[in-house]
Write a protein of this length. Structure first.
Length: 232
């Protein structure tokens, strides 16, 4: 990227921030910004990897197909810049993949995909890592240190948006659990003429004795109108 790009970048980041506020999941947040990133640095491909269930690394929907293949290669060989960016908490610029000495197995596979250069940036806030954001080109020396800074700027905005999305999802889950437990308490109160505190104590006892989460006990009572048997 050459020339004065400050104003266009500011405008693009403003558009990104607006689009991210309209999304409701981490995946949708990242997907909405990939097109902006490719345009900003002249990349041919862009994509992201996010931590999934049990710390598995998953390609975000909306990433280019070749990015999904690149992510699969890194998972298979256990090496590569995306994994390194996540582990080392720093961005990585590879000017020529074919000449990259750090990850030889990865480099060979990437060359077979026709990829020659990239920038990979960790998606994280101060207290949590979410994955990595990467742009690719089929040409060597396609990206500069300035391009790396631009991708880092996008990544910071994306990470903050993801963090907000995750907090909102957790909050909504907590609210749903509270409502569900309240419904279960109401059933017990009506059926056995219990007070609010007594009904909650019953739910808690069943949860402890059956080694089952309180929310699961409440969900079963609400849906099936029964409680699980208490273990000895």
């Amino acid at each position: 990227m050459t020339g004065d790009t400050t104003t266009p970048l500011i405008n693009q980041l403003a558009d990104v921030a607006l689009s991210m506020h309209q999304e409701h999941s981490a995946e949708a947040t990242v997907e909405s910004v990939l097109g902006y990133i490719k345009t900003a640095v002249g990349a041919q491909y862009a994509g992201a990897l996010l931590f999934g269930e049990k710390a598995a690394i998953e390609t975000v929907p909306g990433s280019d197909d070749i990015v999904e293949k690149a992510g699969a290669v890194q998972a298979e060989v256990g090496e590569g810049p995306d994994l390194a960016a996540i582990e080392e908490a720093q961005s990585i610029l590879v000017s020529d993949i074919r000449a990259e000495p750090h990850w030889p197995h990865w480099a060979q596979a990437m060359a077979e995909l026709g990829l020659r250069s990239l920038v990979s940036v960790k998606l994280s806030t101060r207290d949590r890592a979410f994955g990595s954001l990467t742009v690719y080109s089929t040409h060597p020396d396609a990206f500069t240190d300035e391009d790396r800074s631009v991708v880092e700027a996008f990544a910071r905005h994306v990470a903050i948006a993801i963090s907000t999305s995750v907090r909102e999802q957790n909050l909504n889950a907590a609210i749903d659990s509270r409502k569900l437990i309240g419904q279960a308490q109401g059933i017990l109160m009506e059926r056995f003429s219990l007070s609010d505190a007594q009904a909650f104590a019953v739910l808690l006892r069943y949860s402890q004795h059956s080694n089952t989460k309180l929310r699961v006990i409440a969900e079963r009572l609400v849906s099936e109108r029964t409680l699980p048997p208490e273990s000895d």
